[in-house]
Design a protein around this ligand. Structure first.
Ligand SMILES: Nc1ncnc2c1ncn2[C@@H]1O[C@H](COP(=O)(O)OP(=O)(O)OP(=O)(O)O)[C@@H](O)[C@H]1O
Length: 251
């Protein structure tokens, strides 16, 4: 099993507040890694360090090392646009642009210099197929993406992330705004996507973590308390705090 991210002694401060404390973790390739823990424990902060999204926050200070296949993504010579192309992100709520489905998907590739219509057509179809939504939208590619249902919009967001051919997909509670059926569709999709992508997902939904993830990391107040095989973390946790959390005693 290959390691995709190797994180060593990662600390993150927002001003004087320490949001991540000495995080050490290896994230395997082509697996789903779930990040769980109570609100405010640092899950999203950690997720965003993986494609340097926190760089955009004022007063943030990050130290330690995050290797993406042996390359330190915090090295001064790293190309951040290229990093975000390799490590895509899907948010809690759909953040599609008020434009056609086609243009939403073609947006990233166009930014990266692809202008040929035939090539873009191919990318759009491949990405929509990859996100299991091609059949639902193939006859309305020129319609406004915001006219789709919430679940469909999330799959378009995933397609948009796939369009620039990433290696990794970061997902921050991608189903929290969806009904159970739309949630199930995204979960099925995630299981399919891990064949080709490494997935790291923040979820508040414990059942979801057990359904879709291979590994689970439990965070508490900025610390990584426990990390391992999802079945072990949920059924046989080594730490009392993990046990309390996964059995619903707090959080
Ligand atoms: N931009 C910011 N500036 C200052 N503090 C921040 C910022 N973003 C997050 N924090 C603080 O860092 C801590 C971790 O926040 P984070 O959003 O990572 O937690 P989380 O576990 O993802 O929470 P939730 O499950 O509620 O989304 C919290 O105390 C939060 O208030």
């Amino acid at each position: 099993m290959n390691t995709k991210f190797s994180i060593k002694d990662l600390n993150l401060h927002y001003g004087s507040f320490k949001a991540l404390k000495d995080i050490n973790i290896e994230i395997p390739e082509n697996k789903v890694t779930a990040l769980i823990g109570p609100s405010g424990c640092g899950k999203s902060t950690f997720l965003k360090t993986l494609n340097r999204m926190n760089d955009l926050v004022n007063n943030v200070k990050i130290d330690g090392e995050i290797l993406l296949e042996k390359e330190n993504i915090y090295a001064s010579d790293i190309d951040i646009t290229d990093l975000r192309k390799r490590v895509g992100m899907v948010f809690q709520k759909s953040n599609l642009f008020p434009m056609s489905i086609y243009d939403n998907i073609a947006y990233g590739p166009r930014i990266h210099g692809i202008t040929n219509k035939k090539e873009l057509d191919k990318i759009v179809e491949k990405s929509l197929r990859g996100a299991a939504i091609w059949d639902e939208v193939k006859d309305r590619l020129n319609k406004n993406a915001l006219g789709l249902s919430g679940g469909q919009q999330q799959r378009i967001c995933i397609a948009r992330a796939l369009a620039v051919e990433p290696d990794v997909l970061l997902m921050d509670e991608p189903t929290s705004a969806l009904d159970p059926i739309a949630t199930l569709k995204i979960e099925e999709l995630i299981k399919e996507l891990k064949k080709n992508y490494t997935i790291v997902i923040v979820t508040h939904n414990m059942a979801q973590a057990t359904r879709i993830s291979d590994n689970t990391a439990f965070f508490l107040m900025g610390e990584l308390i426990e990390y391992g095989d999802t079945k072990e973390v949920f059924n046989n946790p080594t730490n009392e705090k993990t046990k309390d959390y996964v059995t619903g005693r707090f959080g």
